[in-house]
Ligand binder design. Structure first.
Ligand code: F0G
Length: 445
């Protein structure tokens, strides 16, 4: 049943393959894995995906993830029967990805100084747990179910834990979440509690929590649902796929993401590589990854700010020693990732290699923005009637910065991903109480 899909090491010199039922997140030599498909999906599916927008009572058509199920079909399902699909595919009644699509937001366009018609912003915060994570969590938990896992495990800056907890509760499996103590938004922590997840507080930052959670998964039979899990990446591919579909497959010039662990960057790159290889698109958008300037590993390494070497995927031959030396340097100097946008307060992006591959394939760029720029980005999105969290403001702030630097040109089309919904109520309150802020609307007495 499962022979069309398999796992393959991303390192072209290694290329080890595993059956789809493997739960390894790395090959024996320690390289990350991709889900691969032998069959090439026909572009005739574009019409079928469009027709499924009229769901005809199927939750798998309603779902913004499973609507594209042929492109992420690692379960090898060949049926439209809802009951059959339900045996395999995890879904919160079709809610994941259902409401996310690109919108034009005139006030944001004006703030950035870009043509209103050229700017699309896709809020992923209207997912059932409030962030883009649900796109990839349904596919990871689908795989967990396929292999009969009883407990899923993750580390999180907040949103992953909320999403994992929600789907675990819905599937009746256990969920352990490792969080950096005192560093996650209260709204995210409360979601994990609400969904019955077991919280494990780690003294340290996200990078420390991830290490502990991976050890725990390995030693205690847990199934890891962080974005190092290749099945997470499969579901998150539907974020750019939905954007492309809503733009009638007219490929934008840019797709812009905030950058943390780089799961999004990796999945966007994989989606574009596949669509291009299958002949579904004939132009490749450039990916821009926006780090916070307090957690800027990718931007530092990619732009040659460490040891004057620009780190590249280099056709599968990246200088991984440079990365190790950068991490040693952070440790030696006591440099810890620091930003008010805790969602992206990550110093060691677990998906850096796949992220680099995505940037190489798309001729991508990476840059940084300040906390105050992110807050302005978040706030101007609000003025268009859309809610998002501070990390998502990085997309808007990054587009503005790249336009000012003339890297993004005025007449280009840009899709920015707004990754999550506001879960830290005091951030907008504090912003608006300070009349010095660009969009502040302080209360009257
Ligand atoms: N935006 C939000 C709202 C996030 O929660 C995250 C990551 C990112 C952006 C970065 O995305 O890792 O794909 O580069 N949050 C994680 C978590 C790591 O645990 O919730 P990435």
């Amino acid at each position: 049943m499962q022979e069309d899909a398999y796992l393959k090491c991303v390192n072209p010199k290694c290329g080890l393959e595993y059956p789809i039922t493997s739960t390894n997140v790395q090959c024996e030599s320690g390289h990350v894995l991709d889900v691969k498909y032998k069959n090439k999906p026909s572009s005739k599916l574009k019409e079928i995906f469009y027709q499924r927008r009229n769901s005809k009572g199927s939750i798998f058509n309603e779902s913004g993830v499973w609507r594209f199920r042929e492109l992420i079909n690692f379960c090898q399902i060949d049926t439209e029967n809802n009951e059959e699909c339900s045996k395999f595919l995890v879904s919160l009644d079709g809610a994941e990805g259902r409401q996310s699509k690109p919108y034009q937001m005139s006030k944001v366009a004006e703030f950035i100084g870009i043509n209103k018609e050229g700017l699309w912003l896709q809020p992923e915060g209207y997912n059932p747990s409030g962030s883009f994570k649900d796109n990839g969590m349904v596919t990871a938990v689908t795989h967990a179910k396929l292999v009969g896992a009883k407990k899923i495990v993750c580390a999180s800056t907040g949103n992953t834990s909320a999403s994992a907890g929600m789907f675990a509760a819905n599937e009746g499996i256990d969920c352990d979440v490792y969080i950096p103590a005192g560093q996650i938004a209260p709204g995210k922590l409360s979601q994990a509690y609400q969904f019955g997840a077991q919280i494990i507080q780690v003294e340290g930052n996200f990078d420390d929590a991830l290490k502990q959670s991976l050890d725990d998964a390995k030693n205690h039979n847990g199934y890891t649902v962080n974005s190092v899990n290749p099945f997470r990446i499969e579901g998150q591919k539907t974020i750019p796929i939905r954007a492309l579909e809503y733009l009638n497959w007219e490929v934008p010039d840019w797709i812009v993401y905030p950058g943390g662990a780089l799961g999004n960057t990796s999945s966007c790159g994989k989606a574009l590589m596949e669509l291009y290889e299958w002949g579904w698109i004939n132009k490749i958008p450039r990916i821009a990854v926006i780090n916070s300037d307090g957690a800027s590993t990718l931007s530092d390494l990619y732009n040659g700010k460490f040891e004057d070497e620009e780190l590249r995927w280099n056709k599968g031959n990246p200088n991984t020693e440079l990365i190790s030396r950068y991490y040693d340097h952070l440790d030696k100097e006591g440099i810890r990732p620091k930003t008010k946008a805790t969602a992206i307060q990550i110093g060691r992006p677990a998906n850096i290699l796949k992220g680099l591959r995505a940037l190489e394939f798309t001729n991508g760029v990476s840059t940084t923005v300040t906390d105050s720029e992110m807050l302005d980005g978040m706030s101007v999105i609000g003025l268009n009637g859309f809610d998002c969290e501070m990390a998502s403001g990085a997309s808007v702030a990054g587009i503005k910065k790249l336009m000012n630097e003339e890297i993004i040109k005025k007449d280009e089309t840009v899709v920015g991903i707004l990754t999550g919904r506001q879960k830290d109520a005091m951030i907008p309150v504090d912003y608006h109480n300070n009349s010095k802020n660009t969009f502040a609307n302080p209360p009257k007495n």
